[in-house]
Ligand binder design. Structure first.
Ligand SMILES: O=C(O)CCC(=O)C(=O)O
Ligand SMILES: [Fe+2]
Length: 311
């Protein structure tokens, strides 16, 4: 594989937060992606998540289908999702499982869990991971706030993160797909919808970014895996908040001919949050590019376009 994109490595445990914030600012302006280390999620827990994930996806389709995605929780089968309908009609060659917020009883009730008889460790493993990655994500948001010269708790407050709508998503890309005339991608070209995404993979390559979305033909660069590091990227809501100062960069996953697993955490604000251009990111010569929008409405519409329904 060609040399990967050079991205800064942010150490979440570093006491020099000013320097971390300034590296993040540069990364978010240049590319919208960076690596995160010392994030507080132990390798052992991450290993258990991948182990449970592979056990779940190895179950027969009839068993997995009993947990078919409802209200954005549960299982989606191969080709159910199409992140770039303009490029292919077939859908993406991945299956996935969504887990929504745990803290709020009403929200948690919507979650679906595989039977304890079949996978007794699944739920505690995923709950533990969800809580830890959420805590890491909130700390990243405080650095992003500093990077924008805002108070550290700006996003915690404006996004009402006690009532966040973050989603943990397990993904499985099969290794071999059989021949097809159409190019089938693991995840077709897309930008993420929310505030930030924290991604871990099992090390199988495939993730690529396109730094200039309007340039044709698109130039794709590999984002290499670093053991133990998360890949963090900016989502569309953050791009809207910052009036495109911070980029929500288009990315995709190409087939590597090997089975690939990834675990993606989409940190999203409370659905009532009004996402509007930050005062520091606009002026007379740089007016807001997007009208204010309620987070819940924006995300619902993005899911509708991806799945053909907002459910
Ligand atoms: O699996 C990956 O590496 C990336 C997945 C992704 O971009 C997504 O689910 O939004
Ligand atoms: Fe993505």
């Amino acid at each position: 594989m060609a040399e990967g994109l050079k991205l800064p490595i942010i150490d979440l445990s570093s006491p020099d937060r000013t320097s971390s914030a300034s590296s993040i600012r540069q990364a978010c302006i240049d590319c919208g992606f960076f690596y995160l280390v010392n994030h507080g999620v132990e390798d052992e827990l991450l290993g258990q998540v991948f182990d449970q994930s592979s056990k779940f996806f190895s179950l027969p389709l009839e068993v997995k289908s009993k947990l078919t995605r409802k209200q954005n929780r549960g299982y989606t089968a191969l080709f159910a999702e199409n992140l770039d309908p303009s490029a292919s009609s077939k859908g993406d060659s991945k299956e996935s499982f969504y887990i929504g917020p745990l803290e709020d009883a009403t929200q948690n009730k919507l979650n679906q869990w595989p039977s304890e008889d079949i996978l007794p460790s699944w739920r505690p493993t995923m709950e533990s991971y969800y809580k830890k990655v959420l805590s890491a994500g909130k700390r990243v948001l405080s650095l992003i706030a500093l990077a924008l010269n805002l108070d550290e708790d700006f996003f915690e407050k404006v996004g009402d993160l006690n009532k966040h709508t973050a989603v943990l998503r397990l993904l499985h890309y099969p290794g071999q797909l059989g021949s097809s005339d159409e190019e089938v991608l693991g995840a077709s070209a897309h930008s993420d919808y929310g505030m930030i995404t924290l991604l871990a993979s099992n090390g199988v390559p495939g993730l690529q970014v396109c730094r200039e979305k309007s340039k044709q033909p698109r130039v794709w660069e590999d984002v290499l895996h670093i053991d133990g590091a998360f890949i963090v990227n900016i989502g569309d809501l953050m791009e809207r908040w910052t009036n495109c100062l911070f980029q929500s960069t288009v990315h995709r996953v190409i087939p590597a001919g090997q089975e690939r697993y990834s675990v993606v955490f989409f940190l999203e604000p409370n659905e009532e949050t009004l996402v509007e251009c930050l005062a520091s990111c606009c002026n007379e010569s740089l007016p807001p590019r997007f009208p204010p929008i309620r987070s819940g409405d924006y995300l619902k519409e993005r899911f509708r376009l991806t799945y053909g329904s907002s459910e």
